[in-house]
Design a protein around this ligand. Structure first.
Ligand SMILES: Nc1ncnc2c1ncn2[C@@H]1O[C@H](COP(=O)(O)OP(=O)(O)OP(=O)(O)O)[C@@H](O)[C@H]1O
Ligand SMILES: [Mg+2]
Length: 266
């Protein structure tokens, strides 16, 4: 497996192979190894240094809101976690359920349970709703059955034979989430799932995300609609210029107008 090159000159940290999952950071987990953990991750688009030493832990079954202004590095952090090529992870560790994501390519990360729902949803043109879902199941690890996905999103069942790209924005978001659940996932990464959606549809998707949480799936949600994300999430991580500037409960952010004004402009 590929190892990420240690950049000795950058931080002078101990070799990454000696590190223990979740240690550090363990600020939020009281010394217990975290279910999911980023430790000092640094990621680049070419020469552009974007994710600048992000660390945080997530407990199993938690929903984390990853927040910050435009350009703060939220999408880049999600992409680094999902191990897509861009941005390139050049330093740090990412662990999911004791497995080293930092050593993996995107397809390996997907196989061990990372499910990224990108902002543009990527519904496949020319395929029906059901074909989009079935395509996600062409190879193991297969997750939810198509029937179970329709139980969670009845609208998708009603429109199973409709071409996916002709669905409304909200339905396309449901299909994008449903397609991810069709794979056996442990960590759901959502990039701006509420973007462009009417409040009533946002509420509908919120309810399904709560149901997904009740099934024990761990979720990281990036959202410009920070208030909605904070009401859903247990904890919040706030990024600013590619660095973590806050890690705490959602309630702390909701209660702290100064913090919200400073980093979220709300
Ligand atoms: N492919 C790329 N190549 C070079 N720089 C990029 C690339 N994608 C993003 N960036 C830069 O990385 C920084 C972080 O971008 P990112 O998309 O992660 O931010 P974000 O927090 O998701 O913002 P937004 O709220 O606008 O979605 C920005 O300065 C952006 O211009
Ligand atoms: Mg983004």
């Amino acid at each position: 497996m590929d190892r990420i090159d240690q950049q000795e000159d950058q931080t002078g940290d101990a070799p990454i192979s000696e590190a223990v999952p979740g240690q550090p950071p363990t600020i939020s987990t009281g010394g217990q190894p975290a279910y999911f953990s980023c430790w000092d991750i640094h990621a680049y688009y070419g020469e552009s240094y974007i994710v600048q030493g992000v660390s945080f832990d997530v407990r199993e079954g938690e929903i984390i809101a990853l927040l910050g202004r435009n350009g703060a590095g939220k999408t880049s952090t999600l992409r680094a976690i999902a191990r897509v090529d861009d941005p390139a992870l050049k330093h740090g560790e990412i662990w999911l359920d004791h497995k080293p994501l930092h050593d993996m390519k995107a397809h390996q990360a997907a196989q061990i349970g990372v499910g990224l729902v990108p902002e543009d949803r990527r519904i496949i043109q020319g395929l029906t709703v059901e074909e989009n879902l079935k395509l996600a199941q062409i190879e193991p690890p297969i997750g939810w059955s198509i029937e179970r996905i329709y139980d969670l999103f009845p609208r998708l069942g009603e429109r199973h034979s409709q071409e996916g790209t002709t669905l409304s924005g909200g339905e396309q978001q449901m299909l994008a989430i449903g397609r991810t659940l069709a794979r056996d996932i442990k960590l759901l990464l959502l990039d701006e799932p509420y973007e462009g959606l009417a409040p009533v549809i946002v509420q509908e998707i919120e309810k399904t995300l709560e149901q997904i949480k009740s099934l024990g799936i761990t979720t990281i949600i990036v959202e410009q609609n920070a208030i909605a994300a904070l009401h859903l999430a247990d904890r919040a991580i706030i990024l600013e210029m590619g660095q973590v500037v806050f890690d705490g409960t959602s309630q702390e952010v909701l209660d702290n107008a100064e913090l919200r004004q400073q980093y979220l402009a709300i």
